[in-house]
Design a protein around this ligand. Structure first.
Ligand code: HEM
Length: 136
């Protein structure tokens, strides 16, 4: 498995732990104000990062490029800034709004970079991950 896939899966599981902790805290306190932060930690963190990691594992050719590495840091950095700021914004800290706005754009830039990774790889998608043919 490419290094970038391992990095994505290790980061993704940390976001799942954080997302579930926020969910459990909401359930125990019956304060659902941070629902949006919980959903974004789980979906941008756990779900999307796992999909990115899986894509690289299935298409290892493009996984060792500089673009893949830069994309990981841009996307992960954006989600790391955005989700705590969104939590603060939704729980009564309006001054966190510019951080949410700025980091959302960083996350979007990371997504556009991943689009470039997919389109660059389109000619060889699935080749390295294809199962060998059974002998007949
Ligand atoms: C033990 C794990 C989890 C707990 C305790 C939990 C708890 C909660 C709670 C209390 C809410 C608020 C419900 C409300 O506003 O009435 C919520 C909403 C939500 N959760 Fe979770 N959650 C968990 C895991 C997850 C995971 C793994 C995901 C996604 C991969 C997720 C995605 C969402 C979404 C999208 C919402 C918003 C739903 C809406 O507003 O309609 N949750 N969760």
């Amino acid at each position: 498995m490419p290094v970038i896939s391992k990095m994505y899966f290790m980061t993704a599981i940390c976001f799942l732990v954080a997302g579930i902790l926020v969910g459990l805290h909401m359930s125990m306190t019956r304060d659902f104000a941070p629902t949006g932060a919980h959903a974004h930690i789980n979906l941008l963190g756990w779900v999307t990062m796992s999909i990115f990691g899986t894509f690289h594992a299935l298409n290892p050719r493009g996984a060792e490029t500089r673009l893949a590495k830069v994309q990981y840091y841009v996307y992960t950095g954006g989600v790391l800034m955005m989700t705590p700021a969104l939590y603060l914004l939704l729980t009564g800290t309006p001054s966190a709004e510019p951080v949410v706005a700025g980091s959302s754009l960083v996350v979007f830039a990371g997504v556009l970079m991943f689009a470039a990774i997919i389109f660059r790889a389109r000619g060889s998608l699935g080749e390295a991950g294809a199962a060998p043919r059974a002998a007949s």
